[in-house]
Design a protein around this ligand. Structure first.
Ligand SMILES: C[S@@+](CC[C@H](N)C(=O)[O-])C[C@H]1O[C@@H](n2cnc3c(N)ncnc32)[C@H](O)[C@@H]1O
Length: 225
């Protein structure tokens, strides 16, 4: 009995240490990303991104009755503000607190209100049947399993999910082979939830909202079943 007890204790301790280290690594990574994006949006005047709202988002909501929207990784708020100006009640989440302050000021200048929450998306409670629209634009590829399930559960029936990011070939072209998504990182993950009907999916070259270069992009619009 004793050797088994010792082994179980050892395993428990190992799991605790690994989880602690993992959390530490993630927090460091979040801080690094926060600093990068705060600097990118606040400190630089460089014209590195499209200040207008994302085209796919504009097309998707055109003629739709506005409702509640969640903007994941809202950045300096170009898409949140566009939605708010069109009658949507928007919540934007991000880790780049300084960029979000810019978004709030810009919303005020436009006489619209947006709710902002400084939080990593990983720990945000998306809620259940909350949103008519969830937006994830230029934030990264989709993470499998739980993450997309969280998005699916949080959308109301008929609610829309809009996604756009660089294709992996764009990453290779930019000499960042680890950057960019495959259809497995996007379409297959959405399909695996069994909770969406994909309304449109493309992998084509176009001007990327970030970098403003012509690169291969993945675009997806899906509707909650
Ligand atoms: C390229 S910007 C895109 C901003 C905006 N979606 C747009 O299209 O203009 C990426 C944003 O994702 C945010 N971000 C990165 N990792 C995040 C995380 N784990 N949780 C929440 N936001 C994150 C960054 O801080 C940054 O503002």
């Amino acid at each position: 009995m004793t050797p088994i007890k010792i082994n179980l204790t050892a395993i428990f301790l190992l799991i605790t240490v690994v989880s602690f280290c993992q959390e530490k690594i993630d927090k460091d990574e979040i801080d690094k990303v926060r600093k990068t994006w705060n600097k990118a949006f606040v400190d630089t005047t460089a014209n590195f991104f499209n200040k207008k709202p994302n085209e796919l988002l504009m097309e998707t909501v055109k003629g739709k009755k506005p409702g509640k929207a969640l903007d994941i990784g809202m950045g300096q708020g170009r898409n949140s503000i566009f939605l708010a100006k069109n009658g949507w009640k928007v919540t934007g989440i991000d880790i780049a607190d300084e960029a979000m302050k810019m978004a709030i000021k810009e919303a005020e200048r436009n006489h619209v209100q947006i709710d902002t929450i400084v939080t990593p998306m990983e720990t945000f409670d998306y809620g259940i049947n909350q949103w008519d629209l969830v937006v994830r634009l230029y934030e990264g590829c989709l993470n499998g399993g739980a993450d997309m399930d969280k998005v699916a559960k949080s959308l109301k029936k008929g609610g829309l999910f809009v996604f756009e990011f660089f294709h992996i070939e764009a990453g290779i072209e930019m000499k960042r082979p680890d950057f960019g998504c495959t259809s497995a990182n996007v379409k297959e993950i959405v399909e695996k939830t069994n909770k969406f009907k994909i309304l449109s999916y493309s992998e084509n070259k176009g001007v990327a909202d970030y970098s403003l270069k012509t690169l291969k992009l993945i675009k997806l619009v899906a509707k909650k079943k």
